[in-house]
Design a protein around this ligand. Structure first.
Ligand code: GTQ
Length: 344
């Protein structure tokens, strides 16, 4: 590979003339734009321990009333994107949101897609497109692009959930905005998936055709389905279920993908390097995670992010208890763009 000319090799007057005409020479930047053999992700393997950040999130509850925050969130900022980054990876944003008893986070809708994965507490709910979605530990609730959503809390303890948004991508595309709205009229309680095992609730005559027919995926059902799958298929390597649109089988949202993974007691999974970045959140149990050179041990409610193009090793250190993980990745986005890649 030739060594390419540097910016410093060019005369100042030439550079000044280029600048005046809004021109830039490619060759000094060519290798950074198109690095050899594989991308150089800015995203760093990073782990956020819930027990360390929880007191700071609770303190936000006394420092900033909900009216002054609208959404009281601590963003899980990947240091590879700079110390004040508002992103976990190129396309993924992660935040831990606190809602205290009696608080109300008013209705809005926005272009980025969001999901919530409930981390702690009971009694809170999100209303999405008029459908009330009660929140319990491990539940996944979608707030897809353009749908009104607001959060309320009728319980007695703080409630915390993990927000996963495609905000960095939508912002990069210069398509990010929000609209405030009045309190939504309730249409009822959101439907829950009727059944696993190839059986799904179907409308009597036609599919609804709704882009998002299911907004709430209760953890109790996902957990039971993982245990049943593990028992039915002892030789199955990855006991993993995808959160999908039940009418189409396609990923539940357009840009980010969501999965529930069970690691059997003592199990180790070795995954080849794949192009999308990945987020792991421990719903139950523990996880020893290795991403390239980086290694972390995650306890319950901890969250980690790993860059794309990085081989991963996921190990359940418990000899007798399964570990249950929530995974988010950029898979649907990469597949739609024709960028998805696995390196074996
Ligand atoms: O709950 O609607 O973490 O609009 C960031 C932006 C949460 C929300 C976030 C949001 C929300």
């Amino acid at each position: 590979m030739n060594e390419l000319g540097r910016l410093e090799d060019l005369p100042d007057d030439y550079l000044a003339q280029l600048r005046a005409l809004n021109l830039v020479p490619l060759w000094p930047s060519l290798r950074a734009l198109l690095p050899p053999e594989r991308p150089r992700p800015r995203t760093q393997a990073t782990c956020w321990a819930y027990q360390a950040l929880r007191p700071l999130l609770m303190r936000a509850g006394t420092l900033t009333p909900i009216e002054r925050a609208e959404r009281r969130v601590l963003v899980l900022a990947n240091p590879g994107h700079g110390p004040d980054s508002l992103q976990a990876s190129a396309a993924m944003y992660l935040g831990l949101q606190l809602l205290l008893p009696g608080e109300w986070a008013p209705a809005h809708r926005h272009t980025p897609n969001a999901v919530r994965l409930v981390v702690e507490g009971e009694g809170a709910y999100t209303t999405v497109d008029g459908w009330k979605c009660p929140m319990a530990r491990g539940d996944l609730i979608l707030t897809p692009t353009g749908l009104w959503h607001e959060h309320g809390h009728d319980g007695t303890q703080p409630v915390v959930w993990l927000d996963v948004l495609d905000l960095p991508l939508v912002h990069y595309l210069e398509t990010s905005y929000h609209v405030d709205g009045p309190r939504q009229a309730l249409r009822g309680e959101a439907a829950v998936p009727g059944s696993a095992g190839g059986l799904l609730p179907t409308p009597m005559f036609e599919r609804s055709g709704a882009a998002y027919p299911l907004l709430r995926y209760p953890w109790a059902q996902a957990r039971a389905a993982l245990l049943a799958l593990a028992q039915a298929q002892p030789a199955l390597e990855a006991v993993q279920l995808g959160y999908v649109n039940p009418e189409t089988g396609a990923p539940a949202q357009n840009i980010l993908g969501f999965h529930a993974l069970m690691l059997r007691p003592g199990q180790t999974l070795c995954w080849p390097a794949r192009s999308p970045a990945l987020v792991c959140h421990v719903i139950e149990g523990a996880l020893a995670l290795q991403a390239g050179e980086a290694a972390f041990t995650l306890a319950e409610a901890d969250t980690a992010c790993t860059p794309g193009y990085t081989a991963l090793r996921l190990h359940n250190p418990s000899p007798d208890a399964p570990a249950f993980l929530f995974l988010a990745d950029e898979g649907p986005l990469h597949r739609k763009l024709g960028l998805y890649e696995v390196r074996r």
